[in-house]
Design a protein around this ligand. Structure first.
Ligand code: UD1
Length: 418
């Protein structure tokens, strides 16, 4: 398994081009299942998760070919309706196979995502929505079977929580359902808007994406499309924090500042210099930063996917910070690892209390998930001495060319195969 070695303490300076958004690319790739016509998706980041999705599509029967950051799909074989354990277990976004296959084949069998029991977290919102659209659901031999006897019917769906994945799954199925569907309390993330844009290019009738109420009028058939994936706002935020934490100066290119308002706001309040011009953001450390409390919430508020990175920055500022995690119940796995660098963090339920320390010292650490991994890289960049990061396959799921981009900015970082 690969490891990343960082010798910290270098100021990062220069330009970095932000990749396409993983969380947009994945649902758009799954959307190709809704048409038999050719599709072309550009700005698809080269990541383990996009590779897994391409393998998944080919397994299901959609001919999918990647050439660099372009993914093309063309004529399909007859689709399989079974999503096996080996593919589903690799990433949670595999559950997005349910919507398109239910819409196209009227049936889908998905290996249960880890730790999931029907009716309870974490996909109850998806399943309740399918039920409202007339689907029947049962579990057999570890597989969730979802099917409709006649047609998938449009429905009025009121989410108990604005789940990103559930909003996407309803979009991916309701576009081919009979009649009109309305999602109330829908997720408003930019990635939802991007997916809706693609579906409309395919001939779907989706309105209101990006707001809490989305209306989808079902159509009979969907067509091919060409689409460029939006920039990855989470990757962008990670590089902005990298500039702040190393007291450097980074220009982010091919980014959408509109999608980063909450993070930019907090960084500006903390004293970082930020200048946005069209699709670039200049981030420059000019003075000591001040701690800023955050609460993670649904878009457009502070993203949970930047919580771990924020915690690292706050850990190195003079003063106290409170971080409240309101989206996921158990998203402080990085805290134990950050303590190895010397961070002073106390956890009480959903709240982390941080007392800033003057320095981190490099340490051997282990990644538990994508964003925790980003946090450990940031900590390593800021720490004195050597940091060895293991289980970096989590980082490969979410950060395109991470070492190369950081090296270009002046970091002392390398990957070793062990
Ligand atoms: C997506 C993003 C992920 C991000 C998250 C929240 C992708 C591929 N992943 O994940 O990076 O961190 O949004 O912004 O786009 N929940 C339920 N029942 C459900 C569905 C969700 O209880 O049926 C809960 C989850 O356990 C979690 C919360 O709702 O606590 C948010 O989950 P959700 O918005 O669905 O996140 P994902 O779509 O999995």
């Amino acid at each position: 398994m690969d490891k990343i070695i960082i010798n910290g303490g270098k100021k990062l300076k220069g330009e970095v081009v932000i990749s396409g958004a993983k969380n947009s690319a994945l649902p758009i790739l799954f959307a190709t299942l809704l048409t038999d016509e050719p599709t072309e998706i550009t700005n698809v980041p080269l990541l383990a998760d996009t590779e897994t999705t391409i393998t998944f599509l080919n397994f299901i029967g959609k001919k999918t070919v990647r050439s660099g950051n372009i993914v093309r799909t063309c004529l399909s074989d007859k689709y399989k309706h079974i999503a096996p354990y080996d593919l589903v277990r690799r990433m949670r976004a595999s559950v997005l196979i349910m919507g398109p296959l239910l819409a196209k084949l009227k049936q889908v069998e998905v290996s249960l995502p880890g730790g999931c029991t029907i009716g309870a977290r974490p996909i109850d919102i998806h399943l309740d929505a399918f039920k409202m659209m007339g689907a029947k659901i049962c579990i057999e031999k570890g597989y969730l079977k979802i099917f409709v006897e006649k047609e998938l019917q449009g429905a009025m769906i009121n989410f108990r929580f604005p789940s990103v994945g559930a909003t996407e799954n309803v979009l991916l199925s309701a576009v081919l359902a009979k009649g009109t569907s309305t999602i109330l309390n829908a997720a408003c993330e930019p990635e939802i808007e991007d997916l809706a844009k693609v579906l409309n290019k395919m001939g779907a009738k989706v309105s209101g994406a990006g707001t809490k109420k989305i209306v989808i009028e079902g159509v009979d058939k969907l067509h091919g499309f060409a689409h460029e994936v939006i920039p990855d706002r989470i990757e962008a935020a990670t590089y902005m924090i990298a500039a702040a934490i190393t007291r450097g100066e980074i220009t982010l290119k091919k980014v959408n500042p509109q999608h980063l308002k909450s993070v930019n706001d907090k960084l500006k309040r903390s004293g970082l210099y930020i200048k946005e011009v069209k699709d670039t953001i200049l981030v420059k450390w000019v003075k000591n930063l001040k701690p800023q409390n955050i609460k993670t919430e649904i878009y457009p508020k502070f993203p949970t996917d930047v919580q771990a990175q924020w915690m690292v920055l706050m850990s190195l500022l003079n003063g106290k910070t409170k971080i409240e995690e309101n989206v996921f119940e158990n998203r402080f796995m990085h805290v134990a690892e950050l303590r190895r660098f010397g961070a002073n963090i106390r956890i009480n339920g959903r709240v982390a209390k941080i007392k800033g320390v003057s320095r981190f010292s490099g340490a051997p650490v282990m990644v538990s998930d994508i964003r925790a991994g980003a946090a450990l890289v940031l900590a390593g960049l800021a720490a004195e001495g050597k940091t060895t990061i293991s289980r970096v396959y989590h980082l490969d799921r979410g950060y395109e060319m991470l070492e190369k981009k950081l090296k270009n900015l002046g970091a002392d970082i390398k990957r070793i195969k062990t």
